[in-house]
Ligand binder design. Sequence first.
Ligand SMILES: [Zn+2]
Length: 464
Amino acid sequence: MSGSPFRLIHGGRSEEPTPGLLIVGASEVVTVAGGIRAGERQSDVGRLSAAEVGGPDAPDAPVVACWEGRIAAVGPRAALEAALEAEGYPLGRFARIDAGGGTVTPGLVDPHTHLLFAGSREDEWGMRQRGAGYLEILEAGGGILSTVAATRAASVDELMAHGRRWLDEMLGHGVTTIEAKSGYGLDLETEIRLLEAAHRLGKEGPIDIVPTYLGAHAVPPEFRSRPDGTEAYVRSVIEEQLPGVAAHGRARFCDVFCEGGVFSADQSRRILETAAGFGMQLRLHADELAPSGGAELAAELGAYSADHLATPSPAGIEALAGAAAAAAASPDGPRPVVATVLPATTWFLMKDHGAPARAFIDNGIPVALGTDFNPGTSPTASLPLAMTVACLELGLTPDEALTAVTANAAWSIGLEEEVGSLEPGKSADLVIWRVPTSTQIPYWPAADLARTVIKRGRVVVDRG
Ligand SMILES: [Zn+2]
């Protein structure tokens, strides 16, 4: 098919009456095609605008063709339809969806969630408003430990019912792929229950879920009373939990909460190196509350992602910039460490500053954006709301924020071959929004803007 602007797939063999899907009538199609984006390219979203060619119903208006759950082609309608017919894809076998002048983007990817937990922590708000910090609440036995107690008591069915409720919320906001961490069990049995629930929910669909093991999220109560509690728990993670989690086989990533007062950079390194030895990929909670060597460690270990980064040291930013430069210099070389920023968290914690996302972009570090959905510090499942906060508090432009929740988020969780952009061959995950341009997605805070959500070529949300 060389010479054709399209890469058609599967050869039209399907027995289904309408294996194809054609999305027409869009004011714009935003592809975010062409790989990870850093620096000035963070704002290059690949916008195909209908206004420039006569409007959404004009012959040259951009459309998206899907075939058997994959993107087949993106391009001007008349030429694309002719090519489909010529190459053995009869137009009669395509169901048509009229975007009604809305914008079409890739399905959003949330690269950092703590999807599965039990209970809620609205009481902590009061403590925080009186000035208590995260670590102070933790010391008082509240915070994460109250969620651990509730989660240990929850059955897998209860966890899955909770997961479905919040996945449904995410889907309604245009999210079609997420990462979901364990980390509220802090013992092997409960951590495996959480990972198993995440795995089953992903199989159930429609949202794809990448499970991450976060046993080193906090030191559990049964270890805290011991004088060497943190170190003893690190040994238990390394010697008991990691082998068990690896044998269970559901966790793709291992994550650690690398932070002063939680797990040191050295302890985090030992845990992550052990996880890598079991074939797991690495990411970490880095420099959320104070510089703690997390960004440096992520670069040293070649982690897929360093997350939070509200307070990296200058050396930490330099290390991430070095990793990004090394990756850019050699396509077959190391991956860049994606800076996955979580501005809903700093906002909800009433911090006076968030992650220095502009400095990351200025230093060529690819930026992704997640909700950090969790019951203590970011109880929002809305990635568009996180985009709004990223624009208001971190100074991202709407285009930079869109890149951060699509192409770069897919890279952050290692699914860049599959999702995060509208490119031939990728999963047909896309959203038709009730606004004419994607720059309006973060512009209307907390609005329900996703009109139609499509996962693997199937309509899964239809508010048309
Ligand atoms: Zn987190």
